[in-house]
Design a protein around this ligand. Structure first.
Ligand code: MG
Ligand code: MG
Length: 255
């Protein structure tokens, strides 16, 4: 069931989204050669504490997961696409890092992700990250009353495919609200004009995931969480929580 949010609820979700935006900005600023993924997790955790917010990631255990998630960020490096578990790995020059983060404030969740290169960037990685952001922007532009879920999916997928990148099947966006994952699913590829009509008060996480090598295959790492590309190429992920309103899309996790 898709829950429509009131205008007041969307304003409250914006407050949760701003905590997410602050944390991602702080993590990005802290990410440098030699910094560990656990240190980045602590940076985000401190933003949650300062805001009086909690983590919808910490202890999260969906059906596919072997263990509760042990951190407040997902940190996915190089060939990791999403769901990377922060550990003692120290960032190296040229690493492509995706950080996914959620916050819960006053009972509402915000969910957002960024990708960036640490230190010296390869041209191919810059293009991959920029394309992820363009795919996200295209999805947001399609998130308007009168369109359907398939229009968002088509917009995202078209940008990814036109650039020659792969799209991992089975993972994508979702409704957001009191819980991090609500109906409806928001796929990263689809047919325009199909699916649920978009209405004022729907809040969606739109989150393109791109595989740089152009193939779609992925597998879970031995930790049971981290998804890695099958072709060993690098991946990028971008995400915002977006409210659909009669005045147009409102990015609740804007930074
Ligand atoms: Mg996320
Ligand atoms: Mg999400």
């Amino acid at each position: 069931m898709v829950e429509l949010k009131t205008d007041t609820s969307m304003d409250e979700m914006y407050e949760a989204g701003q905590v997410v935006g602050r944390a991602l900005t702080a993590v990005r600023e802290a990410a440098a050669v030699g910094v560990s993924l656990l240190e980045l997790d602590e940076v985000a955790h401190q933003v949650l504490r300062d805001a009086g917010a909690s983590s919808p990631f910490l202890g999260y255990r969906p059906s596919f997961a072997p263990t509760p998630f042990p951190a407040v960020i997902c940190a996915s490096v190089n060939d990791a696409i999403v769901h990377g578990v922060p550990d003692h790995y120290r960032l190296r020059d040229g690493d492509l890092v995706s950080i996914d983060f959620g916050a819960e404030l006053n009972g509402w969740v915000g969910d957002s992700a960024i990708s960036f290169v640490v230190g010296t960037a390869r041209a191919a990685d810059v293009r991959l990250v920029e394309t992820a952001e363009r795919a996200l922007a295209a999805g947001i532009e399609a998130a308007v009353v009168g369109n359907r879920i398939g229009d968002i999916a088509h917009a995202v997928g078209t940008v990814c495919r036109a650039a020659g990148y792969g799209i991992p099947d089975g993972f994508g966006g979702h409704g957001v609200g009191r819980r991090m994952h609500e109906d409806p699913p928001v796929p990263n590829e689809g047919r325009p004009g199909r699916g649920l009509p978009l209405r004022h008060g729907m809040v969606l996480a739109i989150e393109p995931m791109l595989i740089g090598g152009g193939t779609d295959g992925y597998h879970a790492a031995p930790d049971g969480w981290t998804l890695r590309t099958n072709d060993g190429s690098r991946a990028a992920h971008a995400e915002h929580t977006v409210a659909i309103t009669d005045a147009g899309p409102r990015i609740l996790t804007a930074r």
